[in-house]
Design a protein around this ligand. Sequence first.
Ligand code: NDP
Ligand code: 8X3
Length: 252
Amino acid sequence: MNNIALITGATSGFGKAIAERFAAERWNLILTGRRKDRLDALEQQLRDEFGIAVTTLNFDVRSLEECTSHLEQLSHEWRAVDVLINNAGLALGRESFVEGSIEQWNTMIDTNIKGLLYISKIVAPWMMERKRGTIINIGSIAGKDAYAGGNVYGASKAAVDMLTRNMRIDLLPHGVRVGQIAPGAAETEFSIVRFSGDEQKAAATYHGFEPLIAPDIADAAWFMASRPAHVCINDMVIMPTAQANATSFHKE
Ligand code: NDP
Ligand code: 8X3
């Protein structure tokens, strides 16, 4: 059987591009997300184009019950996950925390931190049993560097950064490697979600410079996953050339 990657949040942006990249390398895929129509379309596209096997799981990573029931329904064959990519996540709002919505905070914390933990707690033992595997967490420059209005989103990604380092220690005796990709500004649906569907405001985020695009991150994920077994890429910070850190942009 081909290698297997499990990618959360595969309905859009980085997750979809990572699915396409791994499919092109003839990996079989487990793809998750809440939008079933998109999962179904991607499954069909990847099967037709690359002839790989695809399993889709339609659930919300914020729910431990849903994570458990969907992942536990995978057969023994599909549990042989070689690479887990914890990608599902989002930002909501860019106000000062004083003006922030507690509901939005909960959504970010439940998705970006707790969802990642729930999925990893279920999948890591499958890797431990096989004494190999790779977990790639999608963090952010926002987890390393503060910016105005980044507050809870940044804190959730700082948690991803720290969890990545701790998970690597916990899984060290088991031959499972754990790394992070921390991107800067990338044009996906991220800002449309962040600004509650306001496409103009979302597009303005990328005015005057060339942002990253999803395949840039897919290339990085593939690079990490395809290193020889004795090599672990701990952390990759990937920025647009026009962005030096969370706040310094060269705009024309
Ligand atoms: P998109 O909005 O394009 O994709 C986000 C993906 O996450 C979607 O597939 C969405 O699927 C999934 N998702 C969100 N919430 C949930 C949930 N509760 N349960 C299951 N799936 C969920 O954004 P990106 O591709 O840009 O974002 C991917 C990751 O990259 C996120 O973790 C984000 O924080 C991070 N990131 C993004 C950057 C950027 O500038 N774009 C930079 C740095 C990091 P669905 O809605 O169908 O459930
Ligand atoms: C997304 C990048 O800088 O908009 O994580 O927060 S940023």
